[in-house]
Design a protein around this ligand. Structure first.
Ligand SMILES: Nc1ncnc2c1ncn2[C@@H]1O[C@H](COP(=O)(O)OP(=O)(O)OP(=O)(O)O)[C@@H](O)[C@H]1O
Ligand SMILES: [Mg+2]
Length: 359
């Protein structure tokens, strides 16, 4: 792709018997906030290390502005990394930690001082210059690690779960701050997380990975609204996944009923995965909906009630329902689904689905 800053071409990497990356292709645009998202062990850190030059791929090429950089050592690549375990220098204060890279470049001290001041301002650590690293909280240390990386003004910043150690509130604040920093600096961020909400909040583009394979690449809205398969649907937000049969275009059967849907192009009677978001399930009076369920549990979640229910027919499928309307535990209610609440996906494998899985 013409305007890509980094491009991965058919990258494969095997450790022992495990193929960690399998012909990975990825193009990252200038100034893009791109997130690698996937479960633990899917190959996110390995991908980042290959981009950073800390690992060599067995096969494939890495390009920086269309120059192959396979053999270029990390320190010559125009990028900086914030590692999963941020390695600050414990014997240096905050100022010296951040100034380290600039001192190596032999910048004049006045310039170093002003650069460090600027980035401390960006990460909200004004006045922390003289503090020892050991006297900082985890969140503050993480900000120093980020400051130390951005002070070098890299073209690309690689961030491996940089907010992993923070509590939820601080994590959310830092997500917004990091996004602002990225916009302010106008640099490319390649961000790794296994937290789908974080990916949806921050990214321009999300790459969903599983077992070293890209499952889907798209904007947060696309990935959430139009997941390409049941794995993506299940990983991005909670989903009810049931087995279905496509009778013909726009008609699917599941849990013993036929439903109108918006999908077409499947074989006649093709087995499919049917994905439904818990917030799209509409509760109505008993017998007034398309089918009935029995409410097993009701939990107040702040914004909505979360209800677990099961169908009262032979299919006995579990349903997860998010609604501001509360049903009574043990009661039978009706359920309605509109055609656009029903998402039909090609069957991936037997391991995903049947019903939602509790996370
Ligand atoms: N140096 C290594 N030697 C052997 N196996 C490795 C090595 N590095 C990674 N692996 C294996 O490769 C797989 C992918 O690891 P990787 O660190 O890329 O996962 P990840 O997606 O970053 O996971 P997490 O979310 O847990 O950080 C794992 O199964 C891991 O055990
Ligand atoms: Mg990792």
């Amino acid at each position: 792709m013409k305007n890509s800053i980094i491009r991965l071409e058919n990258i494969s990497k095997t450790y022992g018997d495990t193929k960690v990356l399998n012909e990975l292709n990825l193009s990252i645009k200038k100034n893009e906030f791109l997130t690698l998202l996937g479960p633990s062990g899917c190959g996110k850190t390995t991908t980042l290390k290959i981009i950073g030059g800390f690992e060599t791929p067995d096969e494939g090429n890495v390009y920086f502005e269309e120059q192959c950089i396979n053999t270029l050592p990390p320190y010559k690549r125009k990028l900086n990394t914030v590692f999963q375990k941020y390695a600050l220098f414990p014997n240096m204060n905050v100022f010296e930690n951040i100034a380290f890279g600039l001192r190596i470049k032999k910048l004049p001290s006045l310039e170093i001082e002003s650069c460090v001041k600027d980035v401390l301002n960006m990460v909200n650590l004004n006045g922390f210059e003289k503090r020892d690293i050991s006297s900082l909280s985890g969140g503050q240390q993480q900000r120093v690690a980020i400051a130390r990386a951005i002070v070098n003004k890299p073209d690309v910043l690689l961030l491996d779960e940089p907010l992993g150690a923070l509590d939820l509130k601080l994590r959310k604040d830092m997500q917004i701050e990091l996004k602002n920093i990225q916009k302010q600096l106008g640099i490319t961020f390649i961000y790794v997380t296994h937290d789908q909400e974080e990916a949806l909040t921050m990214s321009d583009t999300i790459v969903v990975m599983n077992n070293g394979l890209v499952q889907q690449i798209g904007s947060p809205v696309d990935i959430y609204n139009e997941p390409q398969n049941a794995f993506v649907a299940d990983f991005i937000g909670e989903s009810i996944i049931v087995d279905g049969i496509m009778h013909e275009d726009f008609v699917v059967e599941f849990i013993g009923h036929k439903f109108e849907c918006l999908d077409k192009g499947f074989d006649k009677m093709e087995a499919v995965d049917v994905v439904i978001r818990p917030e799209d399930v509409k509760i109505v009076e008993k017998d007034a909906g398309k089918f009935n369920v029995v409410i097993d549990s009701v939990t107040f979640k702040g914004v909505h009630y979360e209800m677990v229910a099961h169908t009262d027919n032979v299919c006995d499928t579990k349903w997860l329902i998010h609604s501001t309307q509360k049903a009574v535990e043990g009661s039978t209610v009706g359920i309605n689904l509109e055609p656009n609440d029903i998402h039909i996906m090609k069957k991936l494998s037997a391991e995903v689905g049947d019903s939602y899985e509790e996370k």
